[in-house]
Design a protein around this ligand. Structure first.
Ligand code: ADP
Ligand code: MG
Length: 381
């Protein structure tokens, strides 16, 4: 099946070719026709399987079918995402595809950590708003926009958006939306909250589950190193140098640790930036940009970056510290091996953590031969 037979707006087709989208991914194949017929959709498909385009392409097509909209503060489509970086990324995909359409579509990404004034000033006439919940509510309280005419609500990383952390903000937002609307939920993983709310939120949805969660990361190679805390830094530098890794995303469990690991790498001649929630938005954006463009080899991140961020050609992810849950593990290691590329995810495991690592692996239905690193000569690293 080809994109040509999906009834997308014809102007999109040459652009898909240009971007090497030769055929729709399984989630795109299922979700696009359903969205075009204005059904609600719950789409579960693994990390890197093209979920973004599976809603961007049909939404843009539907918007083209509408009569030209008057310029006002009424948003047509609302996309909610958990992080600022993801807001930027999803907005970029709407803009990249939207630019070829005959009826111009205005997409804006809004998120906190930057001044609200420029966002307010440029909000007028926006069709598609990609937002983090907190900043969205701020903008609404400033009367910068209206949600009462929203036709479609999209939750990307839906399980995250519907978990406890966002609950109050989400409820506030739901109350401002019109009752009749299209609802689209996309996620790589399911949560209890998502399971329980889907019947409230969705109206006779198409439920697309491409692969079971456990099979999510089957195509990503996993390896594990036994290492004591004091040797993690040297081991990291040893692996990066020995394997000539020129692009690697390292995860730590705290902002302080991310800072420390990045500083140590830089001191040892490996260019690295930290990225986490305690950094200014400017610093976060420039770190991610420097990493994507290859100016720095290593990005040291907290779980802030585990959700949805698409970095082309990222062969390595290293868990300097293990994530708390199997779900976080899926999202972290899913930053590699995207769109069918190869990926290796390495985990550093302290002897006390092996039980936890085994729990994670069991959930993944994976087995990993642990490497003992005690004997590695790490002097000089
Ligand atoms: P997900 O949200 O499922 O984790 P993304 O939507 O971020 O994945 O897409 C992952 C990568 O795959 C992106 O770089 C995107 O451009 C690419 N991609 C999406 N759809 C296709 C396709 N049909 N053919 C080739 N590449 C695609
Ligand atoms: Mg995604």
């Amino acid at each position: 099946m080809a994109f040509e037979s999906l009834d997308l707006h014809p102007s999109l087709l040459p652009l898909l070719k240009e971007n090497n989208y030769s055929s729709p991914t399984p989630i795109q194949l299922e979700a696009i026709p359903a969205i075009l017929s204005q059904r609600d959709v719950l789409g579960i498909a693994k990390t890197g399987s093209g979920k973004t385009a599976s809603f961007v392409l049909p939404i843009l097509t539907l918007l083209q079918r509408l009569p030209k909209k008057e310029k006002n503060r009424e948003i047509d489509v609302l996309v909610l995402v958990p992080t600022r970086e993801l807001a930027v990324q999803v907005g970029d995909v709407f803009n990249a595809f939207g630019k070829v359409l005959p009826n111009p579509i205005k997409t804006m990404s809004v998120y906190g950590g930057v001044s609200i004034n420029p966002q307010m000033k440029t909000m007028f006439g926006t069709n598609v708003l990609v937002a983090t919940p907190g900043r969205l509510l701020d903008l609404i309280s400033h009367n910068a926009l209206e949600l009462s005419k929203v036709r479609a609500l999209i939750l990307d990383e839906a399980d995250k958006m519907l978990n406890l952390g966002f609950q109050d903000e989400m409820n506030e937002i739901f109350n401002l939306l019109p009752e009749i609307r299209q609802n689209l939920l996309f996620s790589a993983t399911l949560s209890k909250d998502l399971e329980s709310i889907k019947n409230v939120l969705l109206d006779e949805p198409l439920i697309v589950k491409i692969e079971s969660e456990a099979n999510d990361i089957q195509s990503i190679n996993l390896s594990g190193y036994f290492v004591t805390e004091d040797r993690k830094g040297p081991l990291l530098r040893y692996l990066i140098k020995k394997n000539e890794m020129d692009r690697v995303l390292v995860f730590t469990s705290s902002a302080q640790k991310a800072d420390r690991v990045a500083a140590k790498l830089t001191k040892n001649g490996i260019d690295a930036f930290p990225i986490h929630g305690k950094k200014s938005q400017g610093a976060r954006q420039s770190a991610l940009e420097a990493f994507k463009t290859g100016k720095i080899k290593v990005l040291v991140a907290t779980d802030l970056l585990s959700r949805g961020i698409d970095i082309e050609g990222l062969p390595f992810v290293i868990n300097y510290e293990l994530p708390r849950s199997p779900k976080d593990f899926i999202h972290r290691v899913g930053r590699t091996g995207r769109a069918g590329e190869n990926g290796l995810a390495i985990s550093f495991v302290d002897k006390e953590e092996i039980k936890h690592f085994k729990v994670i692996l069991k959930k993944m239905k994976r087995y990993v031969e642990m490497v003992e690193s005690d004997e590695f000569d790490l002097s000089g690293y």
